[in-house]
Write a protein that binds this ligand. Structure first.
Ligand code: SF4
Length: 439
């Protein structure tokens, strides 16, 4: 048993599923543990603590979480096994019944793990705390940055939209956010650590400031003033909250990159209505056209769900044609997944797995064409790239301002420094571009 009075040489292994928010939160837990002397387990080392930060966005995500829990429990029978995150919030009892799991913590308790760890370690092996609360209201700031060129800064959590297919409002609670001062303070800290790029993350980030007079637009204008941060990216933002004002402002900003990620979810108004989304295809088209008008080189990623209940063959075709007609850069395609407790379960018109698979493949094919087309526009041009630290014997990778991934000859001295790169040619069978650094 670990001596909880001293954590010297105590190690923790993290396994994180899902969104950037989860990664930011795992990183915050790791930092809090490090301040107690608990370090991350190295590869091949047997950890004293295993923390599994779960996701529950689809049935498949639940399944993968269960598999990983079983795997770690049998691989590290002596470790204290803590399961947290959205799956733990929604299915706490189910996880608590799994042999070898010591502690289950809901999303609201996730960042308190380090506060209780000494008590748990001293008391093992009998504990099985199940603590999810129904009404999650507290906001816990988080920022991840270890071993990454990019930092993920959590600005908002939870969601009040209640789309018919989604369990996130149940798993993460109501929409809430940090203050502008708090978030700007974190961005300054990233700059002090030498970070160059920050991705703003949250569940529904455009809802930042809900219940207060300040807005997402106020936040990004303040962040734009932080010295040392050279790049910001706005992660997924709802189309109804990505206003023309924000788009035009990003177009004129030096630090906010020409890159948007916008969830469409369905390309027909009939399905958008069944999904209880807050916009229609006309508004979506307007947003894409506005971006192209204001920032012609912008990368535009779009999320799409296929095979939702009620999506007939005709409506799928409508969705396909709509997406095809948009000047976007890539699709993120998700087959619809039935989630317990959602209103979507009351909708008629179930699409078979086989058909969902067929539609997913068609949309992925469309995505490949969109990406190839977008990429080809920039071959032969020079763009700013932020190279990541190269691994020994491997090439160096980095992202252009407009989110194209570039492969370059390694040069350690240029890692985490923005450099001009000529984009030479797309690398077949990949989403990468060969680039040459121009010094
Ligand atoms: S906006 Fe809709 S899909 Fe996104 S988290 Fe909120 S409820 Fe879920």
């Amino acid at each position: 048993m670990i001596d909880a009075s001293s954590f010297d040489n105590t190690t923790a292994l993290f396994h994180t599923f899902g969104c950037k928010l989860n990664f930011a939160e795992s990183s915050t837990i790791a930092k809090a543990l490090a301040s107690k002397g608990i370090r991350r387990a190295s590869i091949g080392e047997t950890p004293d603590i295993v923390i599994i930060n779960t996701c529950s966005v689809t049935e498949m995500a639940d399944k993968k979480c269960r598999q990983v829990i079983h795997r770690f429990v049998s691989k590290y029978p002596e470790a204290l096994v803590i399961v947290t995150g959205c799956y733990a919030q929604l299915k706490s009892q189910e996880i608590a019944q799994m042999p070898g799991v010591d502690i289950v913590m809901g999303t609201d308790q996730k960042l308190a793990i380090s506060r209780h760890i000494d008590k748990w370690l001293a008391g093992r092996p009998k504990l099985r705390e199940v603590t999810p609360t129904k009404d999650i209201r507290e906001f816990h700031p988080s920022c991840s940055g270890e071993d990454r060129t990019r930092y993920f800064l959590k600005i908002q959590d939870g969601c009040d939209y209640w789309c018919s297919y989604c369990t996130i409002p149940m798993a993460r609670g109501r929409s809430r956010s940090g203050t502008i001062a708090e978030i700007v303070g974190q961005a300054r800290k990233v700059a002090e650590e030498g970070g160059k790029e920050i991705v703003l993350t949250g569940v529904n980030i455009g809802d930042f400031g809900k219940g207060r007079p300040d807005t997402f637009f106020d936040l990004i204008r303040e962040l734009d003033e932080v010295d040392g941060i050279e790049r910001y990216r706005i992660s997924s933002i709802e189309p109804n909250l990505l206003t023309d004002e924000i788009i035009d402002w990003v177009g004129g900003s030096k630090r906010f990159m020409p890159h948007f990620h916008i969830p469409l979810q369905a390309g027909s108004d009939e399905i958008l209505k069944l999904m209880r989304r807050h916009y229609d295809t006309e508004l979506f088209r307007h947003r894409i056209e506005r971006i192209r008008h204001s920032i012609p080189d912008a990368f535009i990623g779009v999320d799409l769900i296929v095979g939702a209940r009620g999506e007939s063959e005709d409506l799928f075709q409508k969705s396909y044609d709509f997406v095809d007609s948009l000047d976007i850069s890539r699709l993120h395609v998700f087959p619809y997944s039935e989630r317990p407790g959602t209103r979507a379960l009351d909708i008629d018109g179930i699409v078979t797995q086989q058909e969902k698979h067929r539609r997913t493949c068609l949309m992925l094919g469309l995505s490949e064409r969109k990406l190839a087309d977008f990429t080809s526009r920039f071959i032969g041009t020079v763009r700013d790239v932020l190279p990541e630290e190269p691994k020994k014997g491997k090439p160096m990778f980095g992202l252009t301002d407009n989110y194209l991934r570039v492969c370059m000859a390694p040069d350690l001295s240029l890692a985490n420094t923005i450099v001009p790169v000529r984009l030479d040619s797309p690398i077949p069978e990949s989403e990468l571009i060969n680039g040459t650094i121009l010094k």
